[in-house]
Design a protein around this ligand. Structure first.
Ligand code: NAD
Ligand code: DAU
Length: 354
């Protein structure tokens, strides 16, 4: 039960494109997907190459900015949208520290516009199945050495990115409480896997180590993240859309807590194994000044989604990381095409000033 016309926002990004491929691969999904993406630096239509041909008449792409209310309302009308799965966001913490404005626009105003379009449909009595909002564990702030984020952990966002996602979560909640809009929210930990833009830790380390460039580790490298293979996240989202209780929030995590330095060493070793060179890639590891306000540790308690919906991650971190490194080695042309002028100037701005 996904509805007939599923609007996916941000479907040309990392998780959104994996989600569209995953949903189409399910035999119980017979509807249409309308992918709305502004194609910012992080959006790449190449991530979905072949999907329109594999699923004729069921995949539609609309280049539009979620901050443009009339464009969004028009898309709701033209495609008779009855379900929303909202990924579109500015997603990189370091960028939010340097230039927060687009985070406020897209993550808060953009979410508001989508909620308004959904509300108009819902309150006028037309079929509206669900507004599912994709959020992050970063809204909860930082953990000490013990404990986990649950759905009841108070919000304490520490970066402009996290604060903008927290704001959007509050709006989604309010639309359920005030207007009865059927909504669900998921707060997920760090994803990794194919098609992730190489500004994020795992693909950045894979590509830099492959090219013999310095591998930057912030601070002491002992910050902890809880890693989840992207397809596991997609399965969890599908479970929530189908069976999640309306008005509820579900935490999603990998039970795979790792210090950054351990991940970086694992990747260097995997790259050595899969693309041998004369000296170990570990020699490229370079400690650089820390991210301001850097959250120390994230760890998710996903017992609610496990108990209510029977979801748990399938991929182990070791097998998922190997798959991911192999994917980047086999798809070098994908990364070569996106490492363009914008990406180069970001690398210069973020790393050369540290
Ligand atoms: P991404 O940066 O790879 O992709 C974001 C997509 O949104 C891009 O295709 C971009 O073009 C599009 N977009 C940005 N601004 C837009 C706008 N104004 N209008 C329309 N489209 C716009 O992000 P991702 O890593 O795939 O993350 C997707 C969602 O999942 C985000 O909401 C993020 O907060 C959340 N999330 C990500 C992770 C993670 O580890 N990557 C973990 C938990 C939650
Ligand atoms: O927890 C979920 C969040 O995970 C998502 O909401 C965000 O969209 C996603 O970007 C991710 O945020 P992080 O800040 O945790 O991911 P990132 O890959 O940027 O960094 C992971 C860790 O690695 C973090 O502790 C910072 C560190 N790091 C990152 C980069 C890019 C480095 O040490 N060196 C680097 O060059």
């Amino acid at each position: 039960m996904f509805g007939d016309n599923l609007l996916v926002t941000g479907g040309c990004g990392f998780i959104g494109s994996n989600f569209i491929r995953y949903i189409f691969s399910r035999e119980d999904f017979r509807g249409r997907i309308i992918n709305v993406d502004a194609l910012t630096y992080a959006g790449n239509q190449e991530n979905l190459i072949g999907v329109d041909k594999s699923y004729p008449g069921r995949y539609f792409f609309e280049r539009a900015d979620i901050c443009d209310p009339s464009a969004i309302q028009d898309i709701f009308e033209r495609y008779d949208i009855d379900t929303v799965c909202h990924f579109a966001a500015e997603s990189h913490v370091d960028r939010s520290i340097k230039r927060p404005v687009s985070f406020i626009q897209t993550n808060i105003i953009g979410t508001f516009n989508l909620l308004e379009a959904a509300r108009m449909r819902f309150t006028s009595g037309r079929k509206f199945y669900l507004f599912h909002h994709i959020s992050t564990d970063e809204v909860y702030g930082s953990l000490g050495p013990q404990g986990y984020f649950t759905e009841n952990t108070p919000y304490r966002p520490n970066s402009p990115y996290a604060a903008s996602k927290a704001s959007s979560d509050h709006l989604v909640r309010a639309y359920h409480e005030t207007y009865g809009l059927p909504t669900t929210i998921s707060n997920c930990s760090n994803n990794y896997g194919p098609y992730q833009f190489p500004e994020k830790l795992i693909p950045l380390v894979i590509l830099n180590s492959l090219e013999g460039k310095p591998v930057p580790v912030y601070g002491d490298g002992k910050n902890v993240r809880d890693w989840l293979y992207v397809t596991d996240h997609c399965e969890a989202i599908a479970e929530i859309i189908e069976h999640g209780r309306r008005g509820e929030t579900y935490n999603i995590g990998g039970h795979a807590e790792m210090e950054n330095i351990s991940i970086v060493e694992m990747i260097c070793d995997l790259v050595d194994e899969l693309a041998p060179s004369e000296t170990s890639r570990r020699r490229l590891i370079t400690f650089v000044p820390d991210r301001p306000g850097h959250d120390r540790r994230y760890a998710i308690d996903f017992s609610k989604i496990n108990t209510e919906l029977g979801w748990s991650p399938k991929e182990s971190f070791t097998s998922g990381l190997r798959k991911t490194v192999s994917w980047y080695l086999e798809n070098k042309s994908w990364s070569e095409r996106i490492i363009n002028g914008e990406y180069q100037s970001w690398i210069q701005e973020n790393y050369e000033q540290r």
